[in-house]
Write a protein that binds this ligand. Structure first.
Ligand SMILES: Nc1ncnc2c1ncn2[C@@H]1O[C@H](COP(=O)(O)OP(=O)(O)OP(=O)(O)O)[C@@H](O)[C@H]1O
Ligand SMILES: [Mg+2]
Length: 320
C-alpha cells in the first residue's frame, strides 16, 4: 500500500525546474532512497513533501493528506531530519527533545516517557544533560533522529542523514534506520549521494536535474546493466571497440583511456575477448559486478562522485 503519492510534481525557480514533473509512490514500511548529485532536486522535493515549500504544479499526498492543503495533518504524520543541523546548541539533548514535544502538543507524561525511550534507542541517555553544542557530529544526528520520532510519525524524512560523518558513525545511524523500519514499521524516505548507502534501501529513485531517471530496487537497477562490467585498456581503444562491436554485437563506451562494456558471465567472456583482440595489446583488464555508481554513469554519462566532493566540503564549511 502506498503511503506517499506524488503526481506530476514540479517546482520552478524562475525558468529553471528544480523538480521537473516527477511522479512516484512510496510504500508503507519501506526504506525509500532518493539518490542524486548536488543540485538534483532532492531537498526541494523533501521540502514540498514536508509542507515547507509550495509546488508550482502537480500534487503530493502523505497518508491521503494533500501536502499543500492539509498541512497540519501532514505535519503530524511526518518527522523530519533536515540536511542542515537544526538543534539548539544552547539547550541540552533532553531540552531539545522536550521543546519539540511541546511544539507538537505531545502530552507531558507521554512525552517524558518517549524522551527516555528515544534517548536510549539512539544511545544518548547518558549524554542527555550535556549542551548539544558539545556533541559530536554523529551524536547530533542521532539526537535529531530521536527528535523527529517524538510525535510518533508514520513517515520519517531524512535529508542526507550521514553526510560528512565517518564510516563507523554512518553504520551506526543505519542501524537505527533499520531498527525503525523493522521494529516500529516506520516508512523512511531519505536522500543520499552515497552509493553504498543507497544499496541499503528497499527501493531507490535516481534523480538528476529534477527528473527521476530510474526507480527500482538496487538489485534490479544493477541487473538492468545486463551482466558484469568489463573495463580494459588496449594499444588502440577505437580499433578494439570496432572489433568488439563486430564480433559480439556489444557497443562499448570509450571514456578517457578505458573501454567499458557489459557482458553476461564476465569471467567466461574474457578469454573470448582476448581471442577477438589478438591483434591489439591489452594492457589491463578488470571484471566486476556493476555498482549503483555504474548505473548512474550509464544513465547520465557522469560519475555521481565527481560532483559530490565539493558538496561535502561545502557542508563541512557551513556546519563549522
Ligand atoms: N530558493 C531557491 N532559489 C533558486 N534556486 C534554488 C532555490 N533552492 C534551490 N534552488 C536550485 O534548485 C536546484 C535543486 O536544489 P536542491 O537543494 O533541491 O538540490 P539537492 O539535490 O538537495 O542538492 P544537494 O545534494 O546539494 O543537497 C539547484 O539547482 C538549486 O540551486
Ligand atoms: Mg539537498
Amino acid at each position: 500500500m502506498s503511503i506517499i503519492e506524488i503526481r506530476d510534481l514540479t517546482k520552478k525557480y524562475g525558468n529553471k525546474s528544480a523538480v521537473d514533473n516527477i511522479s512516484f509512490e512510496v510504500f508503507e514500511g519501506e526504506i525509500f532512497g532518493f539518490l542524486g548529485p548536488n543540485g538534483a532536486g532532492k531537498t526541494t522535493t523533501i521540502s514540498i513533501l514536508c509542507t515547507l515549500l509550495e509546488p508550482t504544479s502537480g500534487y503530493a499526498k502523505i497518508s491521503g493528506y494533500n501536502v499543500a492543503n492539509d498541512r497540519d495533518d501532514v505535519r503530524h504524520s511526518i518527522g523530519i531530519v533536515f540536511q542542515d543541523p537544526s538543534l539548539d546548541g544552547d539547550l541540552t539533548g533532553e531540552e531539545n527533545l522536550r521543546f519539540h514535544g511541546m511544539a507538537y502538543n505531545v502530552p507531558k507524561d507521554t512525552r517524558e516517557q518517549r524522551m527516555i525511550d528515544l534517548l536510549e534507542m539512539v544511545d544518548l541517555y547518558e549524554k542527555k544533560d550535556e549542551l548539544t553544542k558539545n556533541y559530536s557530529g554523529g551524536m547530533k544526528r542521532r539526537l535529531e533522529i530521536a527528535r523527529g520520532l517524538l510525535h510518533h510519525p508514520k513517515v520519517l524524512f531524512l535529508d542526507e542523514p550521514t553526510i560528512g560523518l565517518d564510516p563507523q558513525t554512518r553504520n551506526k545511524i543505519w542501524e537505527h534506520i533499520r531498527e525503525l523500519q523493522e521494529k516500529k514499521g516506520i516508512t523512511i524516505f531519505l536522500t543520499t549521494h552515497y552509493m553504498e548507502e543507497a544499496e541499503n534501501c528497499n527501493r531507490i529513485a535516481i534523480i538528476d536535474h529534477g527528473k527521476i531517471i530510474a526507480l527500482d530496487t538496487p538489485d534490479n537497477l544493477k541487473k538492468s546493466l545486463k551482466g558484469d562490467l568489463i573495463t580494459l585498456k588496449t594499444s588502440d581503444n577505437e580499433g578494439s571497440k570496432e572489433v568488439i562491436q563486430t564480433c559480439f554485437s556489444i557497443l562499448p563506451d570509450v571514456k578517457d583511456d578505458t573501454i567499458y562494456l557489459y557482458a553476461e558471465n564476465g569471467e567466461n567472456f574474457v578469454p573470448k575477448l582476448f581471442r577477438a583482440l589478438r591483434n591489439y595489446e591489452i594492457t589491463s583488464i578488470n571484471v566486476r559486478k556493476p555498482t549503483l555508481n555504474d548505473v548512474f554513469l550509464k544513465l547520465t554519462g557522469r560519475q555521481i562522485r565527481e560532483e559530490t566532493v565539493d558538496g561535502i566540503s561545502r557542508m563541512r564549511v557551513s556546519h563549522g
